[in-house]
Design a binder for this molecule. Structure first.
Ligand code: WT7
Length: 632
């Protein structure tokens, strides 16, 4: 795969010191081993790196594809591997989680302390009637208790469904209802740029629309008065004082294929779908890829600056680092509050060695100039990472030069909520091309196909697909297996459709271009056009709505909305503001349209589907393309 010829284009070679110490020194050897025997090689890794209560009978069962199963019949629990097993070693007293709040408050947990907190909260959840397989919705800010809550669910075999704290009422309600959670965990509020995000208030409003929840556990973070519904709402700190929280229950033995979590994400049309991941394959895939790509060593301080509410946080703030016994940093707040050096200050004070973030954050911080990072000692950094959308070469180079001082290779990792872990990414020793996620990891088989399903030539654009199973792959869409098959496996039978378009250059390097479906990436956050449109039409003054993503220098894309107003409604500037706020209230501030235009009609196909492609071409002043299906 990696050619020995000189590479084409602008190439950055990694420093020799980085290459020499890499955890996976030989890409080609591992890649060949995987190609020769995919299941055998993953089986070897799973056996050597993790503890199982009982061995599996079959490493990969593809007899019911695309419902693949991994480590079939194995007994395991991800929490046993992420916490319990470390307690028998010196890591017992190593810092597992290092937290910094927006007001500079700090809390850290050793593996022992974190395991104990998780154990106590697991007992509380049990006492609240949460059993194996039950779904629990978690809606919190970035505080240690979100990590505790996730791990406590997993420990007892319950299934967590974390809803990002930036989502709002309708988004939360839809996710609670779809997962049929009986218990929800939230906090009174979250700090963001000196303001309080009223999480409990949003939860209360969502619960008026969702009757399934019987118990709400509330963590005190911001301390303002909140409504506590008698018989339903309980304080976390009160529950943790009960005698029941002192009984340390053992980690539940679950099947490798038992569900670990649901995470909702947007797709082509329709409601957000619950991506389902399981204990065994997820564990093996996430930890192994983190070890390979970010080269974690015992003395590393790893900082994934994402939110635990997205897959990046699930895999690489919570599970991955803990499985490897690393120190994981979690922070609350925003990169530019109180000043635009918040991150560089954190890197310096905590001696962060590996920093993983998103292009939108890099572009945002780049705008404040070099002086902010230059005021700090960033010499602890060894590797940098990027995820969420293609990184433009300008931002890549700034990150490389100003933050990494040209010493730190940048791991531009391509993956998805569905894949659970890195798929296309450099390793520390890979020659880099700014803007390319480079090569698939060993064992990952990708292709770029044209409309007919044939591979395209070098530098031609096509559909990015994955052609072989991988351990962390989603197992299904919870409650909707047909949609799973239809959405991911039917465009090209037997092949996983990523939803992205890409090119492959002469060196085999992959250049991801963007989504080909109705997904809009706003600041790296994945939003579906349908979710925003249905929020708009839920307002009485809107009859019909369509939204598209428009390019934005910092956020990647912003939302532009077109609305047909209900009969007799006046198109005023004030109404635009009302509708923008309405979307923020229903879906969340990230979904707030940047612009709203009132129109008389929308371009539709004869079968009534809105042609967003046409709207976008018009907005960008481009050729409208094939209009043969447009209704008159
Ligand atoms: C979509 C998945 C993966 C965790 C965060 C996002 C885009 C992601 C890259 C990258 C180009 C990227 C793709 C993908 N994407 N990483 N390194 N280069 N594009 O997870 O919310 O499920 O979004 O993000 O479009 O399909 P997600």
């Amino acid at each position: 795969m990696v050619s020995t010829k000189p590479l084409i284009g602008e190439v950055y070679y990694p420093p020799e010191t980085i290459v020499r110490q890499a955890n996976l020194p030989d890409y080609d050897a591992e890649h060949q081993a995987m190609l020769a025997d995919l299941a055998g090689e993953w089986g070897r890794i799973a056996r050597e790196e993790f503890e199982w209560f009982a061995p599996w009978k079959k490493t990969l069962d593809d007899s019911n594809a695309p419902f693949y199963q991994w480590f079939v019949g194995g007994a395991v629990n991800i929490v046993h591997n992420a916490l319990d097993r470390h307690l028998r070693t010196w890591r017992r007293n190593k810092v597992a989680l290092l937290w910094e709040g927006e007001n500079y408050d700090q809390r850290s947990f050793t593996y022992h302390q974190l395991a104990r907190e998780v154990c106590r909260f697991a007992s509380v959840l049990r006492a609240m009637g949460v059993n194996k397989g039950d779904r629990v919705t978690i809606y919190m800010g970035r505080i240690p208790e979100i990590v505790v809550a996730m791990l406590a669910c997993a420990k007892i075999g319950a299934v967590h469904s974390v809803v990002y704290g930036g989502f709002s009422v309708e988004a939360l309600h839809g996710r609670i209802e779809d997962s049929a959670s009986k218990v929800a965990i939230t906090s009174d509020g979250a700090w963001l740029r000196g303001n309080i995000v009223p999480l409990k208030e949003i939860m209360d409003e969502a619960l008026q629309r969702s009757p399934t929840v019987q118990t709400v556990i509330v963590v005190k973070r911001t301390g303002q008065d909140v409504h506590m519904e008698p018989g339903r709402d309980l304080w976390y700190h009160d529950l943790m004082k009960l005698p029941i929280a002192e009984t340390c229950i053992p980690t539940e033995e679950v099947d490798a294929e038992d569900p670990l979590f649901l995470l909702y994400t947007s797709g082509t049309t329709g409601r957000p779908k619950a991506i389902l991941h399981t204990h065994g394959g997820y564990m093996v895939g996430v930890a192994t890829t983190l070890k390979w790509v970010f080269d974690l060593k015992e003395d590393d301080t790893w900082w994934c600056a994402a939110d635990p509410g997205w897959v990046t946080g699930h895999s690489y703030i919570v599970y991955g680092p803990l499985l490897l016994g690393a120190t994981s940093v979690l922070y609350e707040g925003a990169p530019n509050h109180p000043f635009p050096d918040r991150w560089w200050d954190i890197v310096e004070r905590h001696g962060v060695t590996v920093l993983y973030t998103a292009p939108t954050a890099i572009r945002g911080l780049m705008r404040f100039g070099d002086a902010w990072p230059n005021r700090h000692d960033l010499s602890s950094l060894r590797l940098l990472g990027s995820v969420g959308e293609p990184i433009n070469p300008e931002a890549w180079k700034w990150y490389h030069r100003v933050i990494g001082k040209e010493r730190c290779p940048i791991m531009d990792t391509w993956w998805q909520t569905e894949t659970a872990h890195f798929m296309i990414t450099p390793l520390p020793g890979t020659p880099l091309k700014p803007g390319s996620a480079t090569l698939p990891l060993p064992g990952v088989q990708v292709d770029v196909l044209n409309e007919d399903g044939d591979p395209v030539g070098p530098n031609e654009e096509g559909y990015l697909v994955i052609t072989a199973p991988w351990p962390g792959m989603l197992r299904t869409i919870y409650g909707d297996p047909d949609r799973y098959v239809q959405q991911y496996w039917s465009r090209f039978p037997g092949v996983y459709m990523t939803g992205d378009s890409a090119k492959r250059d002469e060196d085999g390097y992959i250049w991801v271009i963007g989504r080909v479906d109705d997904v809009i990436k706003v600041s790296g956050y994945r939003l579906g056009t349908a979710e925003v449109e249905s929020a708009l039409v839920s307002h009485p003054s809107v009859a019909e709505a369509a939204v598209i993503g428009m390019p934005d220098e910092v956020r990647g894309s912003v939302i532009q909305a077109y609305c047909i107003l209900a009969q007799g409604v006046e198109p005023t500037q004030r109404l635009i503001e009302i509708l923008r706020d309405h979307v923020a209230h229903e879906v969340g501030p990230i979904a707030k349209p940047a612009t709203i235009e009132f129109v008389d009609k929308l371009p539709k196909t004869r079968s009534g589907k809105i042609m967003r492609r046409v709207l976008k071409a018009r907005a960008l002043g481009l050729d409208e393309g094939d209009l043969s299906t447009l209704e008159e």
